[in-house]
Design a protein around this ligand. Structure first.
Ligand code: SF4
Length: 439
């Protein structure tokens, strides 16, 4: 046993995409992935710090994996991602005794040298000095690829640690983005997820590389228009946009033929008082106007959002505003979170985390109940409707995938249709799954 690695990814899709770059580096070094940490010589934890609970999980995992060093004394344990990114001066490293390497993801290019010193890797991967985003990722899926368009964030929402973990906003060149998309498409990818902390605030450093015939002026809309022309690409989704950057061209881009029929637009709160304290840069009324435009441009579009309950000073009335906004917009899904105070953020400096945990939980549960009711009502409308499903998995005669509205769909099939886009008819809409039949 030597040169086997196992990566565990926490958090968002940006981290999943980063893990694909980590895997690419390790495979260039002649190392092989294994599915369990027990078989590995190198365990990499790609961390998330958005909530304290995610951070605590990393400490627990390092402690557990240290025990494996008894059977495999050469085992190397690494923590990368957002935790070391946000932990300036590496002060938290001493909470993880036995940890071998601790570096932010931007330093991925130095990993080969660090591993070589520890006797890992069969060959060199000369990357130092390069930007880690230049590394071509090793796509986990054969038919789907994550494409990072920008990283970092300058928005500084008061509760958010991301700008501290990932640094200032930087955009990838158009040329590099298309190079990566072409590689993914020639490797079989039919579906893309474009990623950025504020993906719709894309500004190309090399706008001269857009096609002359491109009719848009907004760089993100330009990007979407050109990706839409790539024959092999059949589906395009992007996350996460910020409401402030949903201008008319970006809204128009939602109507392109390959765009999924779904928009995930984080609102966080329905109360203007809380939105201001969050430094979100829009009001409830602005948000509703944007949604009206989106619905007009693409009638029937499914909508998702992120919600934070229990932000400092959130009154019952503020919370009711969030509930009423959610109902008014008619979102299909939300990812609700209880406020968790994070170091370095403006809200931790300016406000007392004064909503008790039990009250945050109550609000979360009340919101969750409303969300489930609305989701189920929305799903029922799909009964006997046609849907296009990109099949992601096949097990024991059942295909599972996502519809154009990004809803989970399952249907029986004698053939493994993984990677194919299949027409089905929805026969039994459930809360989190639409059961279907082949059309
Ligand atoms: S837009 Fe706000 S919530 Fe999103 S990453 Fe930037 S600071 Fe965080």
């Amino acid at each position: 046993m030597k040169n086997k690695f196992h990566i565990i990814t926490f958090g968002c899709e940006m981290n999943k995409s980063d893990s694909e770059r980590i895997a690419a580096v390790l495979q260039q070094m002649g190392m092989d992935p294994v599915s369990s940490p027990q078989e590995a010589d190198l365990i990499i934890l790609n961390s998330c710090v958005v909530r304290q609970s995610a951070q605590d999980r990393i400490y627990g995992q390092v402690k557990n994996f240290n025990k494996l060093k008894k059977q495999n004394p050469g085992l190397v344990i690494v923590v990368t991602g957002c935790l070391p990114g946000a932990d300036k001066g590496a002060k938290l490293k001493n909470k993880m005794p036995g940890l071998d390497l601790y570096f932010p993801i931007a330093e991925l290019v130095n990993l080969p040298a660090m591993l070589k010193e520890r006797g890992l890797g069969l060959q060199d991967a000369r990357l130092s000095g390069r930007d880690y985003l230049d590394i071509l990722p090793r796509n986990q899926s054969k038919f789907h690829a994550f494409i990072v368009v920008n990283t970092g964030c300058d928005q500084y929402c008061s509760y958010c640690i991301v700008p501290h973990a990932r640094g200032r906003l930087r955009h990838r060149p158009v040329k590099q983005i298309f190079h990566e998309i072409e590689k993914a498409a020639s490797g079989g990818a039919v579906s893309l997820t474009l990623l950025g902390q504020i993906v719709n605030n894309y500004h190309a450093p090399d706008p001269e590389n857009f096609l002359r015939s491109n009719p848009f002026s907004n760089h993100f809309a330009k990007l979407l228009w050109e990706i839409n022309q790539i024959p092999k690409i059949k589906r395009i989704f992007w996350t996460a946009p910020h409401p402030v950057y949903m201008d008319d061209e970006v809204i128009q881009a939602l109507t392109f033929s390959k765009q999924v029929n779904y928009l995930h637009l984080p609102v966080q709160s329905g109360s203007n008082r809380i939105l201001k304290k969050m430094n979100r840069g829009y009001s409830r009324e602005n948000f509703i106007k944007i949604i009206e435009k989106v619905k007009k441009a693409r009638p029937g579009i499914a909508l998702g959002t992120d919600i934070i309950v229990g932000f400092p000073g959130e009154t019952e009335q503020d919370f009711d505003r969030t509930m009423s906004l959610y109902e008014k917009v008619g979102f299909d899904i939300a990812y609700p979170a209880m406020y968790s105070s994070r170091p370095h953020t403006a809200s931790v400096r300016a406000y007392v985390d004064d909503i008790p945990g039990s009250e945050k939980k109550r609000r979360w549960q009340e919101f969750d109940k409303l969300m489930r009711e609305i989701t189920f009502e929305k799903n029922k409308k799909f009964l006997n409707q046609k849907a296009e499903v990109l099949v992601e998995e096949y097990k024991r005669g059942i295909c599972w995938g996502r519809s154009n509205e990004m809803k989970s769909v399952s249907f029986a099939s004698s053939r493994n249709l993984t990677g194919k886009i299949q027409n089905v008819i929805i026969k039994a809409p459930k809360l989190w799954m639409l059961e279907a039949e082949l059309a």
